[in-house]
Write a protein that binds this ligand. Structure first.
Ligand SMILES: NC(=O)c1ccc[n+]([C@@H]2O[C@H](COP(=O)([O-])OP(=O)(O)OC[C@H]3O[C@@H](n4cnc5c(N)ncnc54)[C@H](OP(=O)(O)O)[C@@H]3O)[C@@H](O)[C@H]2O)c1
Length: 198
């Protein structure tokens, strides 16, 4: 499956780094265009190339890691038809770190409204970027990544990707249930840096 990344900041780059380490190809994008990503893709090596946000959004799996208040603009005008969108976002941002009022909804349900026609899987949002970027094999096991979603085939594809890049995936169920457990702030799972030992 092809992979696109929208957002090349701390989390987008951490995800790209895990893909590059596993030799998995991807196209990474940001708001400033591919030229601004030359140094990053040179550093990451041949698996990851720079593209526009439209090019990234054409992939089968589109990883979105953008500041909460910029998500609408980052996703505007993109066409979704069965794409898997990985929502790595949290409804809070620097410098105030004031939680967004979601009116009782789970943040991924709000993100899902911005990508109509896509199948949203919440994942890669519960660890700090530097932990996500680090070697997932640690202390004799594999670092845990949680995922949740309402489409089982989309979740299976993300679970497979999580395994390919060396993490241990744990299915938390639907967006309403799992999304809430992994949500930052509010859920019990953010920042739990867990290792699954087989
Ligand atoms: N940092 C963490 O440790 C962490 C952990 C878990 C989850 N998260 C979540 O992950 C998301 C990203 O966080 P971050 O720390 O990676 O943020 P960041 O370092 O500030 O990077 C944000 C990225 O979003 C891009 N962006 C903004 N507007 C855009 C647009 N209109 N079109 C395309 N790209 C756009 C920016 O592009 P430019 O580079 O061109 O400005 C930048 O690459 C947030 O929702 C955050 O809550 C962060």
């Amino acid at each position: 499956m092809s992979i696109g990344i929208i957002g090349s900041g701390a989390i987008g780059t951490a995800f790209a780094r895990t893909l590059a380490r596993a030799g998995i190809e991807a196209t990474i994008s940001n708001s400033r265009g591919p030229d601004s990503l030359k140094a990053l893709v040179r550093e990451l090596g041949p698996a990851v190339k720079a593209g526009t946000r439209e090019e990234a959004a054409r992939a089968d799996i589109v990883f979105v890691a953008v500041n909460w208040t910029k998500l609408q603009a980052a996703l505007a005008g993109l066409k979704w038809s069965g794409h898997i969108v990985i929502d790595a976002n949290n409804p809070i941002e620097a410098p105030l770190f004031k939680p967004v009022d979601l009116k009782g909804r789970v943040s991924s349900e709000v993100v899902a409204d911005l990508v109509p026609g896509a199948r949203v899987v919440k994942a890669f949002n519960h660890l700090r970027a530097e932990v996500l970027a680090a070697d997932p094999q640690s202390d004799g096991g594999h670092r845990v990544l949680f995922y949740s979603g309402d489409d089982n085939a989309a979740k299976a594809a993300v679970a497979s990707l999580i395994e390919q890049i060396g993490f241990a995936g744990i299915d938390l169920g639907s967006l309403a249930v799992g999304g809430k457990l992994a949500q930052f702030p509010g859920g019990p799972l953010p920042n739990q840096n867990l290792i699954k030992v087989n």
